[in-house]
Design a binder for this molecule. Structure first.
Ligand SMILES: Cc1cc2nc3c(=O)[nH]c(=O)nc-3n(C[C@H](O)[C@H](O)[C@H](O)COP(=O)(O)OP(=O)(O)OC[C@H]3O[C@@H](n4cnc5c(N)ncnc54)[C@H](O)[C@@H]3O)c2cc1C
Length: 234
């Protein structure tokens, strides 16, 4: 296995650009998992120490969350809104939460991502490094792409209110559907499909549902079509 240790964030991005299959290495819980994304020849680019790993309140009131902040650190912080903490707890193993980073979770762009639905519903953006310099990008735009940029930090509004709900057979199996609402914005992560977001619960109609091990297309459509109305009827 080849692991690169670049000296600057830009060096990391350029390495990734030059190597089609290379992966950034943050917490490593996705990269190094059994049957994970690594092939025989996949090279890793260690980004530890290159991007922030702290949670800070900025002068404009937004919370700056470094890409290397772990899910457990988010749960333990007073600055993080409650619905994000709920999303972090979808990773049910304490050991994994202690290593898995917010940047790695978003960077993995999984269709059952613990965090992407909540971040997309909250319309969160992140600062990123590209070969052309720094750029702000929204999580919802990034989620359905294969873009190679390096995530530096996220900007979260601490005053937002919302909820996130997960459907899966157990806490340790992959989610069939994760639904989030923050303010007037909705987002759905559905296993086998692209992320969808919008300003109405009718976004469930925009999902291209697929049969997967987590459930049939019809089952997931039913969950997505009822989750927001049932949640809000309580
Ligand atoms: C048994 C098991 C079950 C799992 N189940 C789930 C699940 O249900 N849902 C889920 O979401 N995850 C799941 N995971 C995967 C993983 O634990 C999480 O996605 C985790 O949050 C990834 O964070 P990490 O820091 O470990 O990322 P890493 O493994 O270090 O990296 C993951 C990916 O993110 C990219 N990346 C990392 N940092 C950045 C960055 N700063 N900028 C851009 N790209 C970056 C890398 O290129 C890589 O492709 C599971 C893992 C295991 C071992």
């Amino acid at each position: 296995m080849v692991i690169h240790h670049p000296r600057t964030p830009l060096d990391a991005v350029m390495l990734k650009k030059e190597r089609e299959d290379a992966l950034y290495l943050a917490g490593g819980t996705e990269d190094l998992r059994l049957n994970g994304p690594m092939g025989e020849a996949t090279e890793l680019i260690d980004i530890n120490g290159l991007v922030p790993s702290t949670i800070e309140k900025r002068e404009d009131g937004l919370i700056k969350v470094g890409a290397l902040v772990t899910l457990q650190e988010m749960i333990e912080s007073d600055l993080i809104p409650e619905y994000f903490k709920t999303a972090c707890r979808f990773c049910s193993s304490f050991e994994k939460r202690n290593a898995a980073t917010i940047g790695g979770n978003v960077g993995a762009r999984r269709d059952d991502s613990y965090l992407i639905a909540a971040l997309a519903a909250a319309d969160v953006s992140f600062m990123s490094i590209t070969p052309h310099g720094e750029e702000l990008k929204s999580v919802s735009e990034y989620a359905n792409t294969h873009c190679k940029r390096l995530i530096e930090y996220f900007l979260i509004d601490p005053d937002t209110k919302g909820y996130v709900h997960r459907f899966g057979i157990t806490a340790n199996t992959h989610a069939a559907v994760i639904a989030a609402r923050v303010g007037k914005r909705y987002a759905l992560s559905v296993k086998g499909s692209n992320l969808v977001c919008g300003n109405t619960p009718d976004i469930y109609k925009d999902v291209d549902y697929k049969d997967t091990l987590e459930g049939s297309a019809e089952y997931k459509r039913y969950l997505a079509s009822t989750v927001f109305t049932l949640k809000e009827a309580k």
